[in-house]
Design a protein around this ligand. Structure first.
Ligand SMILES: *Cc1c(COP(=O)(O)O)cnc(C)c1O
Length: 360
């Protein structure tokens, strides 16, 4: 067996400990004689799995008791529609567009009502977070929407926008559980789990209870109403059982690692290794403004497409894989999520130094 350092933006690296545990439990989950994949979602064994997963997530994030935790399918992208369908009572919402995911969410919301783009960083290829201290928030906005960490461009909000009292909705797919978060500042905080938490195929939506009502847009499918899933504790229909099981293991791993404060420190140390090198390099450059740099996704370029391609190819040969940048940014992107060990980032920086010496 040989493992690589996987810098993919998602689906992404998972903790080896978690993978090994899942491997050990594959054929016979704790005396049930079956794998979690073969198990009824109404079984006692699965009931413990989903309940423990929720309890551990609540514990990790300090989720207040007036928030529901929903394990949903359709990925983060289905939330782009579910959010307006459930929240757009006035049919008005304000969107801050800081990247492709925010843009897609805004475009989707436009199908259901008036989705105002109140700020954007598209003028400079989404390389910064706009000033959100005094935005033209619509008086009748049902919510203000952000994508908190921009996976493709590598920017992150360091302070939340002033929503002037309106409900804040945030997509945290690529910074989920990377650092402590004050859930009470949000109406909905949600993320697809395949970036920083688990396997693909699920989104976790943490929704304040007063936002979960029957008063949804006409025609909203039953499966797309938060109330359906909240009332059934995420077991209205068959959920993504195996994904919930894997996420639960990651939650336990995070707790063992010291929780989100410890993860933040670890993530800052890892990111600093890479950013410090980028700031000193004569060949490689970061692509976003320093103040808005993400701890999770680090895009960089040499400025020469052929050299970029050579770097990506040689890195892969050295066991540093999935480092090619998104097609809209070009160059490289290293995603250094929770499960990426510090040694992985050290190996990447050492490889970049060597490449720089050989090719400058
Ligand atoms: C990956 C990603 C998405 C899309 O997730 P899916 O689960 O594939 O729908 C949405 N938002 C952000 C910030 C992402 O990184």
């Amino acid at each position: 067996m040989s493992r690589v350092y996987n810098f993919s933006a998602g689906p992404a690296v998972l903790p080896e400990e978690v993978l090994k545990e899942a491997q050990e439990e594959m054929m016979d989950y704790r005396g049930t004689g079956m794998s979690v994949m073969e198990m009824s979602h109404r079984s006692k064994a699965f009931d413990s799995i989903i309940q423990e997963a929720e309890a551990d997530l609540r514990d990790l994030m300090g989720i207040p008791s007036n928030y529901k935790v929903l394990f949903l399918q359709g990925g983060a992208s289905l939330q782009f529609a579910m959010i307006p369908m459930n929240l757009m009572k006035n049919k008005v919402a304000d969107y801050i567009v800081t990247g492709q995911w925010a843009k897609k969410a805004w475009q989707e919301a436009s199908k259901y009502g008036k989705a105002n783009k109140i700020a954007s960083s598209e003028d400079k290829t989404f390389s910064y977070i706009p000033d959100c201290s005094d935005l033209p928030i619509s008086p009748d906005a049902d919510y203000v929407y952000i994508c908190e960490n921009n996976t493709i461009y590598g920017t992150k909000y360091k302070t939340l926008p002033d929503t002037k009292g309106k409900t804040l909705v945030a997509d945290i797919s690529s910074c989920f559980l990377s650092e402590p978060v004050d859930v009470s500042k949000y109406g909905i905080i949600y993320g697809g789990v395949q970036k920083n938490v688990g396997p693909a195929g699920m989104v976790i939506a943490i929704v304040r209870e007063d936002l979960i009502t029957e008063d949804v847009l006409p025609g909203t499918p039953t499966m797309m109403q938060y109330k359906t899933h909240a009332d059934a504790n995420s077991l209205y229909n068959t959920p993504n059982c195996y994904c919930i099981y894997m996420c639960g293991k990651v939650f336990k791993w995070l707790k063992k690692m010291g929780g989100l404060e410890a993860m933040k420190q670890r993530n800052e140390e890892k990111a600093k290794l890479l950013y410090d090198y980028l700031d000193s390099s004569k060949m490689f450059h970061g692509t976003v403004v320093k103040e808005d740099r993400s701890l999770m996704n680090v895009p960089f370029v040499t400025g020469d497409k052929e050299l970029d391609a050579k770097f990506v190819a040689e890195a892969a040969t050295a066991g540093l894989v999935n480092i090619k940048g998104h097609r809209t940014v070009g160059g490289m992107r290293a995603s250094i999520y929770n499960a990426m060990p510090k040694e992985g980032v050290e190996a990447l920086v050492a490889f970049m130094k060597k490449f720089e010496e050989e090719n400058l």
